[in-house]
Design a protein around this ligand. Structure first.
Ligand code: AP5
Length: 221
């Protein structure tokens, strides 16, 4: 078993962050901290956080930093993050990146690196339009690129597959604009700090996994 990982997965919607994060979680026994998954769960359960976040998510905008930062700080303190974590969808603004640095400093931790997964727009739209997610275990599928054995049913747990509300074409366009304006600047932010590892996100899921391991260097062996 390889050593622990403490990494950020950075990339536009549909880059494959969730797909790779779920695998890294198993490979390194780390916890996947997906702010998108946490928020969608809160929306489904109609918690106070969910009620505030729903309108932002549905129009493809970012949920305010004030709602996200404390949530991540608390999540990272949970036991299952002791062996490492994969941050998927956080940070998404420079301000969130600065907050993350403070959170980790207080915990006496630091990131190993930031994995920036990049794919062109046409691939993003194809991936998001065909994405299906399991309601039960959160496993990810694609109608044509990675279909389940039985239509609409999860291979892993038999759960029902659904299409995310924010994967409609007009919302995808809005999310891409938000990514370019607010999240893409993080690429340079982490490059300047010598923490960035750039990964070509085009190719088969297994190929991207190999690139991720290579980018992790010693930790990936
Ligand atoms: P979030 O859930 O984080 O969405 P996202 O960043 O837009 O990313 P996605 O989940 O859409 O894509 P992904 O890169 O994980 O791709 P995936 O692996 O699923 O955020 C949703 C919303 O929540 C935001 O818009 C915002 O409102 C809010 N939010 C979340 N975090 C926030 C924060 N920190 N601050 C403020 N607001 C926040 O793959 C996509 C599809 O492609 C799948 O079908 C998959 O099977 C397929 N696929 C993946 N890899 C490959 C491959 N190599 N080849 C073929 N198919 C592939």
């Amino acid at each position: 078993m390889a050593g622990s990982v403490r990494v950020v997965l950075l990339g536009p919607p549909g880059a494959g962050k969730g797909t790779q994060a779920k695998w890294l979680q198993e490979r390194f026994e780390a916890c996947q901290v997906s702010t998108g998954d946490i928020l969608r769960k809160a929306v489904a359960e109609q918690t106070p956080l969910g009620k505030q976040a729903a309108a932002y998510i549905n129009r493809g905008a970012l949920v305010p930093d004030s709602l996200i930062v404390d949530l991540v700080a608390e999540r990272l303190k949970e036991k299952d993050c002791d062996k490492g974590f994969v941050l998927d969808g956080f940070p998404r603004t420079i301000s969130q990146a600065e907050s993350l640095e403070e959170i980790l400093k207080k915990m006496g931790l630091a990131l190993d690196c930031v994995l920036s997964v990049q794919v062109p727009h046409r691939v993003i739209v194809e991936r998001l339009a065909g994405r299906r997610t399991c309601k039960g275990c959160g496993a990810l599928y694609h109608l044509t690129l990675d279909p389940p054995s039985k239509e609409g049913v999860c291979d892993r747990c038999g759960g029902e597959l659904y299409q995310r509300d924010d994967d409609r074409e007009e919302t995808i366009t809005a999310r891409l604009k938000v990514y370019e304006a607010q999240t893409a600047p993080l690429v340079n932010y982490y490059r300047e700090r010598g923490m960035l590892r750039e990964i070509d996100g085009v190719g088969k899921v297994n190929e991207i996994r190999s690139r991720v391991l290579q980018a992790l260097g010693d930790r990936g062996t």
